[in-house]
Design a protein around this ligand. Structure first.
Ligand code: G3I
Length: 306
């Protein structure tokens, strides 16, 4: 986020350890499009400039997402809704044409439990597959050079959701959607069985498309109420899952290794350390609050080098 560009320690970590950046918030519809239909671009423009100045690639995130744009698109009849939809994608993807390497064109389209697709204001207006095909077609028109991703979460954590996601990719490709890449957010559940992460990556690789690990973090906090594990046990599980993911990614053919992105640099930059989620201790990222490598950093390096 642009606020982090004013933190020299963040900038030093970002430009030392990373070659690509995903805006956590300010390239989303919830930032760019106001409820009255007006657009604001100061922050995303600043992020694009930061990347260009520092020789970093910029990954656009995200054009169409079920959770955003509800108010701005409310009350439009079918024709106006479709026109506004196309206009948003053309305006935003068009503005950053040649400045982004890629876009998450559609984010989180699969139902939470993995059983089918999510129902949302986009699907109700333009059809379950229709809104996705349309978004990819509009993004392709606006920026033919960008790699266009379908992006989702819990694809490793929930094999059923991962399978539904991949069936959706297959169906949309068959319908002619110009999907150029597969994005797996990888907000890892450190308690999933060994092998599950690698299995998803293998299945995803079968399409031959570039793969983006797009939002890796690995919370030490369990979904379970009662968590009797010691800190050491939790770190060991986190390291095992992160190494497995990094190894699975590095085992992909080079043409399919699009990028490997973490969702924040220091633990205290994480969304998991904000508001009511913050337990003051979680360590889901590569660097601690002081900017020193966590055990997860070594786990990642091990996975990449194996
Ligand atoms: O910073 C502004 C503050 O100035 C303003 O007063 C306030 C008013 O609501 O908003 C603040 O911005 C918040 C922003 O995070 C920065 O903290 C937004 O409200 C809030 O919606 C936004 O949340 C982001 C969330 O996506 C929704 O966009 C999180 O930072 C971001 O980590 C999270 O990331 C998502 C990915 O995009 C998709 N995958 C899941 C991942 C985690 O939820």
């Amino acid at each position: 986020m642009t606020g982090q560009l004013d933190d020299p320690r963040w900038v030093r970590l970002a430009t030392t350890h990373f070659s690509q950046l995903t805006p956590e918030w300010e390239m989303k519809m919830e930032y760019i499009l106001s409820d009255d239909g007006s657009y604001r671009f100061q922050a995303p423009d600043r992020l694009a400039t930061f990347c260009a100045t520092n020789g970093m690639r910029l990954h656009g995130h995200a054009l169409i997402w079920f959770s955003q744009g509800v108010k701005a698109f409310a009350g439009l009849d079918q024709a106006r809704f479709a026109a506004a939809y196309d206009h948003y994608i053309a305006t935003v993807a068009g503005r950053y044409r040649g400045r982004v390497a890629s876009w998450d064109v559609v984010n989180e389209a699969i139902a939470e439990d993995g059983n089918g697709l999510r129902d949302c204001h986009w699907s109700r207006a333009l059809g379950q597959d229709g809104y996705m095909i349309r978004a990819f077609e509009q993004a392709k028109l606006a920026d033919p050079g960008a790699v266009l991703f379908l992006n989702d979460y819990n694809l490793e954590n929930n094999p059923r959701k991962g399978a539904t996601f991949l069936r959706t990719v297959e169906r949309l490709l068959r319908a002619g959607a110009p999907i150029g890449g597969i994005g797996t957010q990888s907000h890892l559940d450190i308690d999933i069985p060994a092998g599950q992460t690698a299995a998803f990556m293998r299945d995803a690789a079968a399409f031959g498309l570039p793969i983006h690990v797009s939002e890796l973090d690995a919370s030490l906090n369990s979904e379970r109420r009662l968590d009797t594990r010691s800190p050491g046990q939790k770190l060991a599980r986190q390291q095992a899952r992160v190494t497995e993911l990094a190894q699975a990614f590095s085992d992909l053919p080079a043409a399919q290794r699009f990028a490997f992105t973490v969702w924040g640099i220091r633990d205290t930059d994480s969304w998991l350390r904000r508001g009511e989620r913050d337990d003051g201790r979680d360590s889901p990222l590569l660097f601690n609050a002081a900017g020193r490598p966590n055990p997860m950093f070594g786990a990642l390096a091990d996975g990449f080098q194996s």
